[in-house]
Design a protein around this ligand. Structure first.
Ligand code: 2P0
Length: 333
């Protein structure tokens, strides 16, 4: 049997303990460990077909042909698969997100995870999830984590080497082990100001706080993982908020800012909600939106309060879960 095409589904994830910064070796290795939660309900669906008639890879995202740097990143990933499978056939890739773009949910995580899964399957390779995670991580580190559902850890990369060492994410706990809702507070419709890779590189090269962020990131991830496994919601929330604030402080110190006025207003309102007994904690990625971690029983009380904050455009309520899967395989005899 020769596999020709495969369709896959993968879900976005949000880091509770953040990744920010890369090792100074090739291979896109993170400089700190991260711990994330993969989210159900939202997905990237990707179909990849190896097609002998094509002279170049072709990528369509949400009905639009994509060229340039995003296409180069895709070709690089598929090249690794082609080289392992021993052929050079170009691929047509059709991908769509069922969650709104600019919702503050990293589409590169679910996008590259779905691409890695579809490419490996369509090439007829039987790789372990760890190897697929390593492949996705090389394209976008957060994508390595979307190869698993629930709570997932990605370690920091090696300090030295030629970039060939495998670094895969690993599942830490299933979604059911730590009940939580994530309320995404969208504060702006539109693309982010600084791409995360660029913001990271600037922080590494010029932030006076970068070294401290690296040591803090290691401590924070370990403490957060222990609190998660002990099912201590308040401590997980506090540590997640602290991770986001430390990451952004290191970036802000060299002029890389992702906040807008609403970002800060939401963080202030979360402090006030905590004073009246609600367990709500905020985390912020490379954009102005705030993702609020809340206990499931408090979510119906909290979401309307978040929606009422000035500057919140809309909210999306997400639940941990999100195992990726292959939906369809097409093969010739
Ligand atoms: C994270 N972010 O841990 C952190 C927190 C954003 C803020 O991973 O350069 O698209 O492609 O490896 O994975 C977003 O960056 O970066 C990200 P690359 P990626 O989720």
């Amino acid at each position: 049997m020769k596999v020709l095409a495969a369709s896959s589904v993968a879900h976005p994830n949000i880091a509770l303990a953040k990744y920010w910064g890369k090792r100074a070796i090739p291979g896109n290795y993170p400089a700190v460990p991260s711990l994330s939660v993969t989210l159900d309900g939202m997905a990237t669906r990707t179909t990849l077909r190896f097609d002998p008639r094509l002279t170049e890879d072709r990528f369509i995202l949400g009905n639009e042909l994509v060229l340039g740097r995003p296409l180069e990143r895709i070709t690089k990933l598929v090249d690794e698969v082609r080289s392992e499978a021993g052929f050079t056939t170009r691929a047509s890739i059709v991908s769509a997100n069922d969650f709104p773009t600019a919702s503050g949910l990293a589409s590169s995580a679910s996008g590259f995870a779905a691409l890695a899964l579809a490419a490996v399957t369509a090439a007829g390779l039987e790789w372990s999830p760890a190897r697929i995670s390593d492949l996705a991580r090389r394209a976008s580190a957060s994508a390595g984590r979307s190869i698993y559902g629930g709570y997932v850890r990605l370690d920091a990369g090696p300090l030295a080497g030629d970039g060939s060492q495998e670094l895969a994410a690993e599942p830490v706990a299933p979604a059911s082990a730590f009940p939580m809702k994530v309320v995404v507070c969208v504060t702006h419709e539109g693309a982010k100001a600084v791409a995360s890779t660029d913001g990271m590189i600037r922080t590494m090269q010029t932030s006076p706080f970068y070294e401290r962020w690296l040591s803090y990131g290691v401590e924070n991830e370990q403490a957060l993982r222990e609190a998660l496994l002990a099912n201590d919601f308040a401590r997980v929330g506090q540590l997640a908020e602290a991770s986001a604030l430390a990451m952004h402080a290191s970036a802000l110190a060299c002029g890389v800012s992702y906040f807008n006025g609403a970002t800060l207003e939401i963080m202030k309102q979360l402090r006030l909600l905590r004073e009246v007994g609600l367990q709500v904690y905020g985390t912020i990625d490379a954009g102005p939106h705030v993702k609020v971690l809340v206990r499931p029983d408090q979510e119906p009380i909290v979401t309307p309060k978040l929606r009422a904050i000035t500057g919140v455009v809309r909210t999306i309520v997400a639940t941990p879960g999100g195992e990726p899967r292959v939906e369809r395989i097409e093969a010739s005899a």
